[in-house]
Design a protein around this ligand. Sequence first.
Ligand code: BES
Ligand code: MN
Ligand code: ZN
Length: 496
Amino acid sequence: MRFQVKAGAASRQRADCIILPVYAGGPLPAATREADRAAHGLLRALLRHGDVRGEAGETLLLPKVPGLACPRVLLVGLGAREKCDRKVFRKAMRAALGAVTRTAAADVVSYLGTEAVRGTDAYRRARIAVEAWHDVAYRFTTLKTRASNSQNKAPRQRALGLAADAADAAATRRGLAHGQAIGAAMTLARDLGNLPANICTPSYLVRQAREVARGNARLGVTVLDEARMRRLKMGSLLSVTAGSDEPARFIVMNYRGAARSKAPVVLVGKGITFDTGGISLKPGPQMDEMKYDMSGAGTVIAVLQAVAALRLPLNVVGLVPTCENMPGGSATRPGDIVRSMSGQTIEILNTDAEGRLILCDALSYGLRYRPAAMIDIATLTGACVVALGKHRSGLMANADPLAEALLAAGEAADDPAWRLPLGEEYMEQLKSPFADVANIGGREAGTITAAAFLSRFVGTTPWAHLDIAGTAWNAGASKGSTGRPVGLLVEYLLNR
Ligand code: BES
Ligand code: MN
Ligand code: ZN
């Protein structure tokens, strides 16, 4: 897909399809008014007759409107003008481009972004448009030998133009470039998530990380094998991979966009390529969804790709501890006690609480970089799905400014999170009679006790934990990886 900024009146646009906005209850947006005049009032008549009402996300495709240079017009509702905000705009944009994918139009020019929308500027509207395109055009068909239905067919569009007047052209171009970097990163995260565990192994993630870094002088990748992890005394991480035949890996992605002296942001992604629960075996139904248990890892690899594409003036380190959680003759048993890299001993009361066991050693490793901030991203607890559903990621942090920056970034990117508390009282639930800490804290506040466990491994470093168990993938009929929270994290890094 080619994205470009377009100048010129709608009526003279020679694309295969132009997208024009309409409001519920008027007035006619400037671009639509211009086209309507050229079409001798046809668009206004459709509104007057109620054939299109302008409701948010409503679309109407019109062929061969007389007086216009292009063969198709797609009218798109932005809702009532006074209620049109960023969320409505995103919804309308997605609906518009979704409708476009069902046409044969090869090049398309959108005038939606020419309307001022509350909570947006031309930059943001362009970004939303390009991100929306990546979203609606996404297909995961690499493992199908032929497209079984039209839903699986790749859309036929080749170019998307974003109309902007001279004053908005530069901002639109910037938004377009950022949208491309973010959209491509989300596509990568979704692909990695959707791939099954027999393909997306720890070694596969290594290859993907290397691929992302290839030819980029600012981005380096190092990979630690199990022998190296043993020398580093990552006994907690190694206890999770004990039952698996797939070798574990620890991926380090190092992006240098600022002076060496500048403390980096360290991102840590949970990379369990399949979570059976181990000896504390999970029940059968929906267990296939545990292929998504590396979504934190996919997010980190994708965010580093975006950071490199955007050439951000920051230092960012991505850490990906990755392995499978399998039962077997050499698997870790409930009651086993292991020593983490930090030196703390852990009583593993449930082998299904494995995410925190690989993350704690990765957090210890992350402290070596003396991070300005450390953020881990993990499909960590089913309890988070119960608490927040698929709408918001869970956020826990030991530093208010970091938490607030992440919450704000989530809102701005429409990839929101919600903060849950931490505190000594939750640590009580993790007491073990035999070791320094237990890896589970009982039924109550499961999302928070998981974060409380992690907090023991970050010292005083500003740290935040994103529990993405509910947001990383959709279940049910539209099952698939969402690419979240790539948007939140890139927004946060753009703001730094
Ligand atoms: N990967 C799961 C969390 C999960 C479960 C994410 C369902 C999305 C949907 C994690 O490793 C896990 O099994 N957590 C346990 C923790 C418990 C044993 C304390 C859970 O949430 O049940
Ligand atoms: Mn588990
Ligand atoms: Zn897990």
